[in-house]
Every structure is written in structure tokens, then in C-alpha cells.
Design a protein around this ligand. Structure first.
Ligand SMILES: N[C@@H](CCC(=O)N[C@@H](CS)C(=O)NCC(=O)O)C(=O)O
Length: 193
């Protein structure tokens, strides 16, 4: 089965020529971008819904409607209410306006607010993973967000026992371990495993 190409991780902002090429794919300049033949899609939610329809044999959504709704909500808490606050331009602005530590302190507050909401939302639905014992859409958003919270922003996960527990379960899965930024082909040498 042909696997679409996905630009995901490092490399943004480091090489002017590469950036110019990348902006042709996504004028906003953000990763990820999926290229599948003639199809070019930027935005992780759009990409995952496209893959959901393209490969229905590996569905990312539970069968019942309520579970699907919870997956959409959890995914969107990450991609609309947490992740945008961590982007480079925002952090740079906060640092310039408010001082050297303001960027991460502020990002941590946004993460903690979103994680508190996720803990409440998922408490009645989680199993081994966010919404049961199978990996679904919500998990694909939660895994990188929790990883970034721990490693980059040093969020204390003792406050979020459910998220901490499911993150441990993600780390047992080779597909999740292989998706870590340091394992990507364009990861700078100093970040490689
Ligand atoms: N809603 C978009 C957001 C994309 C986004 O913000 N990507 C971040 C990395 S996770 C990025 O490219 N940041 C570069 C920057 O901050 O300049 C999505 O989910 O794909």
C-alpha cells in the first residue's frame, strides 16, 4: 500500500531555500503537511480525517457516535485550545514583551488549563488509552502534546494522573515511539536517539 509523504518535525526556519519550497505546500508555514499524489493537505485534523477515509480498514474512530464525538472534542482541545499557544511566534512575542521566562511560564499555564479539561472529559471514557482500550483519534493528538508538555515545557504530570497513565501506555507502542521527533529523518544530529 503506498504510504503518503508527511512533513512533520524539525527543519522549519533553518534553511531559507527549504522554507521557500515548504511554503508552496503550506503558505501558513506550519507542519504537518501531507502529500499524497496530487493531494496536498496541511493541518493535522484534516490530514487524519483524510487518512481515516482513505484507509477505513484501520479506523481512528470508535463505532458509536458518542465515542466519536468525545474523540473530536479531545482532539480539538489539543489542537485549538493548547497547541497554538506553544507556537514559536507566540513564545517569541511573550518573551520580548514580558521577559526571558514569560514564554514557557505562559505556555505551561495554557497546557495545564487544557490538561485539566481533558482529565475531566476523559475520566468516564478512558481505558488503556484516552477513550477505551484501542488507539483512536484523540490519542494521536494527546501523545505529542503530552510529550511536549513533559520534555519541552516541564509540566508536572502528577497533577494529571489519567494523562500520565495513558502516556505511559503510548510509550509501549512501537508506532508511537517511532513517531518521536528525534526519530524523524530530518532531526538534527544533536537531537537524534
Ligand atoms: N492547526 C495546525 C497547527 C499546525 C502548527 O501550529 N504546527 C506547529 C508545530 S506543532 C508549527 O509548525 N510551528 C511552527 C512555528 O511555530 O513557527 C495543525 O494541527 O496542523
Amino acid at each position: 500500500m503506498p504510504v503518503p509523504a508527511l512533513a512533520t518535525s524539525f527543519g522549519i526556519g533553518t534553511d531559507a531555500e527549504a522554507n521557500k519550497e515548504f511554503l508552496k505546500l503550506n503558505p501558513v508555514g506550519f507542519v504537518p503537511v501531507l502529500v499524497d499524489g496530487d493531494v496536498v493537505l496541511a493541518d493535522s485534523f484534516a490530514i487524519l480525517m483524510y487518512l481515516e477515509e482513505k484507509f477505513p480498514q484501520h479506523s481512528l474512530l470508535p463505532k458509536e457516535l458518542h465515542g466519536r464525538g468525545i474523540n473530536y472534542q479531545a482532539a480539538n482541545i489539543v489542537c485549538s485550545s493548547i497547541q497554538p499557544y506553544q507556537n514559536i511566534s507566540i513564545l517569541k512575542f511573550m518573551k520580548e514583551k514580558l521577559g526571558p521566562d514569560a514564554d514557557f511560564a505562559w505556555a505551561r499555564d495554557q497546557i495545564r488549563r487544557g490538561f485539566a479539561a481533558l482529565e475531566k472529559l476523559l475520566k468516564d471514557y478512558s481505558g488503556k488509552y484516552a477513550t477505551g482500550d484501542e488507539v483512536f483519534l484523540a490519542d494521536l493528538f494527546l501523545a505529542p502534546q503530552i510529550d511536549g508538555a513533559i520534555r519541552r515545557f516541564k509540566v508536572d504530570m502528577d497533577e494529571f494522573p489519567l494523562l500520565a497513565r495513558i502516556f505511559e501506555a503510548y510509550l509501549e507502542l512501537p508506532a508511537f515511539r517511532d513517531a518521536m521527533p528525534e526519530r524523524q529523518p530530518d532531526a538534527p544530529a544533536e537531537h537524534r536517539d
